[in-house]
Design a protein around this ligand. Sequence first.
Ligand SMILES: CC(C)(COP(=O)(O)OP(=O)(O)OC[C@H]1O[C@@H](n2cnc3c(N)ncnc32)[C@H](O)[C@@H]1OP(=O)(O)O)[C@@H](O)C(=O)NCCC(=O)NCCS
Length: 298
Amino acid sequence: MNMNFEYQISDKVTLQWVLDKMPQFLFPDLSKKKDRIQKVMTGVVATLNKKPVGLLLSTDDDTGNNYRIHSFLVHPEFRNKGLGNALVEQLEDYLVKKGTAQLDLYYRSHWKSGSFLEQILKRRGWDDPKEDLIIVRGDAAKVNILFMHDRLVLPDEYAIERFRDISANDRDYIKKKKSNENWYLDYLDPFVQENTICESASLVLRKNGRIMGWVISHLIAPDLNEVTALFIDAGNRPYKLAHLLMREAITRQQAAGITRFLITSKTDNYVMSRFLLRHAKETEVFLTRSLYSRKSLI
Ligand SMILES: CC(C)(COP(=O)(O)OP(=O)(O)OC[C@H]1O[C@@H](n2cnc3c(N)ncnc32)[C@H](O)[C@@H]1OP(=O)(O)O)[C@@H](O)C(=O)NCCC(=O)NCCS
């Protein structure tokens, strides 16, 4: 059979249109991000005898200099025929003509076709993929068993309380320590999206009254809590405090009826994920990594 694939590119694709016309061509499933992807997208459709066989979707950042691929899929029957490569090539050529500086994408290590995607990126001269995040997902009840409830107790001078109950003075203390001595890394900031934190499982750790650390989480589904920041003051780290704080957070989320959790950490800072992964077998935690690659188009 002679396969004459055709490609059409449009900068007026909406997610709603794709969901209506060809939802099976979305990967990953962007329908969950519907509220976040409101923008008009630039997409390439591959067709064979007028029927779609592949789809690639991207959006620009607000400057128009950087495009990001959000979805990329070739129909299973038509894979390994160069279509995937051609879809990316079409988008690159179009963006080069527009004068766009860069095209990039994020993907996950557990995706079955990851290696084929990587071959496409390599062949097309993209930068070597870099690990960005480590993502661990698990069941609160199963993981809680790990935390040595009988052996590990919080030393007397420490106390744990809800983040939402801290005083204005506590807040000032945290903010001053951050600005004076860069106390914690920016992405461990406890005040990010504070109005949507999970109140029951967002906690601070005090030592003799002073705040020494925190665990902050956000509910991303009724039964799924995402741990967004876990921080313990550098001088207090060897005491298994992170462990105790995390145990308390997981216990409290469980008590609040939230059954699952997700921990997203930067690859250079993943103590808690490492601990959970060591026990991945018993606790059935699921691990994936987020990878990033880009191509300069100029
Ligand atoms: C990733 C995907 C789009 C690639 O589409 P494709 O049309 O198969 O891509 P290509 O035919 O251009 O193949 C790309 C490379 O993988 C290789 N490849 C593809 N399928 C293969 C297979 N089944 N066995 C061995 N190699 C394979 C090709 O030989 C090619 O390598 P090369 O450049 O060294 O020749 C497709 O696999 C897919 O839709 N996967 C599911 C969704 C997904 O994971 N998308 C990525 C989201 S970012």
